[in-house]
Design a protein around this ligand. Structure first.
Ligand code: AMP
Ligand code: ZN
Length: 499
């Protein structure tokens, strides 16, 4: 049984999907006025991990994530740059999708754009007006917070003690405060200002308020109620409280069955901000780091806890990943070179059992509110056991099967967390120079680094058999010069590459 921490209930609860075997989830997407930063990435990676685990656990997951492509920030940026808001939004939507792919985040099942869903939003606003939960003032429409007796139940706030969290500007820059019946009310629809994106509506030309898009899209694509609504903790109030109020009042049904929020990312223990100079865009970080290392760093902290990012922690995560890759490539090599007839030196049964235990422990950790740090801990323990199994042992065929059982589990479970390691772990990073070396020294004519290493080893073996020591040494020196280590074993030369 999966248990998750539900923000509304302030506790971990059993997760039972509303439709058997299916999970319908909605995670608020970005406002596309800039490249996304690593704080945004933390939230998106957290929910990608949650989704992948739900799929591994056997659920069919429908994952909806919107793109907010009309908003004050987009309009302001467009004005500064002398472009249209649509141009700015199109550029950063494309960049967002690229950034997500680069980070290994799976595409949502549906990625609706606010500007393409205006009719659904107008319909919902109209229904709120019809039911007396919203009112129109000169082309603006406001939600009447006090008309919703449940307002505040998600974020745990009492309406009477609430300060106005909604200091919004009208599209023409005027304050809204004097137009609202109550300072707590918030805009569902904003009357148009000349030159800004605008759509026809029953209240005149205008554009939607921010919160209404998520209510309209989740209703349209998931149906109400749906299982899980997610986002970063900063969205609990007012955004999610307002989404909930709009949807429940407008549609007359419950909205999200569970609310999940990921913790905020900080950089060097400080809030990330442009003025502190610690503002890191995801694509900049990924220019100097592997996406798997970034994900390893992120998942080493529980998704609900604050996460402290630093370049040093990223390097540590990369080193941890390299240790796993080295263990896997050593194991693969030892399995490929297992010796028929060699004695079974390992307790193969025990190692197979450990691989199975590791899968069980992984599921138990992840079932407990997606505890990825604990899940990773279990995987690292199994990696250590593989290393122990390999030490000083020539593997028999039986031993090799047991080792492969363990490495299969390690690869599978890391992939569930979104950390995909190549089958030939460790070879993906071979330096390109090895191809030139193989061409010069071994007459290799291809362009594949792994084949080049094999050609070099064959050339060395041939030189040694012909007692051409100078040539054999030249090959070895060439390889070590590029960072390879060569070890001669009874099964032949074994090469490792230290990144
Ligand atoms: P925005 O484009 O600002 O609406 O943010 C998109 C997503 O990123 C939302 O789910 C936010 O909660 C989340 N987010 C923004 N800043 C951070 C941060 N520093 N750490 C974690 N998540 C964040
Ligand atoms: Zn939203």
């Amino acid at each position: 049984m999966i248990r998750l921490y539900d923000t509304r209930q302030h506790k971990k609860v059993d997760f039972t999907p509303l439709h058997e075997g299916e999970v319908r989830m909605y995670v608020c997407g970005p406002t596309v006025y800039n490249r996304i930063h690593i704080g945004n990435a933390r939230t998106f990676i957290s929910f990608d991990m949650i989704r992948r685990y739900l799929e591994w656990a056997g659920y069919e997951v429908t994952f909806v994530q919107n793109v907010t492509d009309v908003d004050d920030k987009i309009i302001n940026r467009a004005a500064e740059e002398g472009r249209t808001a649509a141009e700015v939004a199109a550029e950063y939507t494309e960049a967002f999708i690229q950034d997500m792919h680069a980070a290994g985040v799976a595409d949502p099942t549906i990625r609706p754009k606010a500007t393409e869903e205006i009719p659904a939003m107008i319909e919902l606003v109209q229904s709120l007006v019809d039911k007396g939960h919203a009112y129109v003032v000169d082309g603006d429409v406001y939600f009447s917070v006090r008309s919703d007796p449940r307002y505040g139940t998600l974020s745990g706030r009492n309406v009477d003690e609430m300060e106005s969290g909604h200091r919004e500007l009208r599209a023409d820059g005027q304050g809204l405060e004097d137009r609202k019946q109550d300072p707590l009310d918030f805009a569902l629809w904003k009357a148009a200002k000349p030159g800004e994106p605008a759509w026809d509506s029953p209240w005149g030309q205008g554009r939607p308020g921010w919160h209404i898009e998520c209510s309209a899209m989740s209703h349209k694509y998931l149906g109400l109620p749906f299982d899980i609504h997610g986002g970063g903790q900063d969205l609990v109030f007012p955004h999610h409280e307002n989404e909930r109020a709009q949807s429940e009042c407008g549609c007359g049904t419950a909205f999200a069955n569970h609310w999940m929020h990921s913790g905020m990312l900080q950089v060097n223990a400080e809030k990330m901000s442009k003025s502190l100079g610690n503002f890191l865009l995801l694509h900049e970080v990924l220019e100097g780091a592997r996406p798997e290392a970034l994900r390893m760093l992120m998942l080493q902290t529980h998704y609900r806890s604050p996460l402290d990012f630093s370049p040093a922690r990223l390097e540590e995560a990369d080193a941890a990943l390299t240790r796993v890759e080295n263990a896997l490539s050593a194991a693969d090599w030892a399995c490929q070179n297992a010796v028929d007839g060699a004695p079974d030196a390992l307790d193969g049964e025990a190692l197979r059992a450990r691989a199975q235990t590791c899968r069980g422990a992984f599921a138990a950790a992840m079932d407990d509110d997606f505890n990825a740090p604990a899940a990773l801990g279990g995987i690292f323990t199994l990696v250590g056991e593989v290393n122990t199994a390999l030490a000083d042992n020539t593997l028999s065929v039986m031993d090799a099967e047991a080792v492969a059982c363990a490495t299969d589990a390690i690869r599978e479970l890391l992939a569930v967390l979104g950390i995909a390691l190549a089958e030939d772990a460790g070879t993906a990073d071979y330096p390109e120079e090895v191809v030139t070396l193989a061409a010069d020294v071994a007459g290799y004519g291809g362009a594949d680094a792994m084949e080049a290493v094999e050609a070099l080893l064959e050339a060395r073996a041939l030189a040694r058999s012909e007692k051409d020591w100078a040539r054999a040494d030249a090959v070895r020196d060439g390889l070590t010069g590029l960072g390879f280590a060569i070890e001669d074993t009874p099964q032949g030369a074994k090469v490792t590459y230290e990144r």
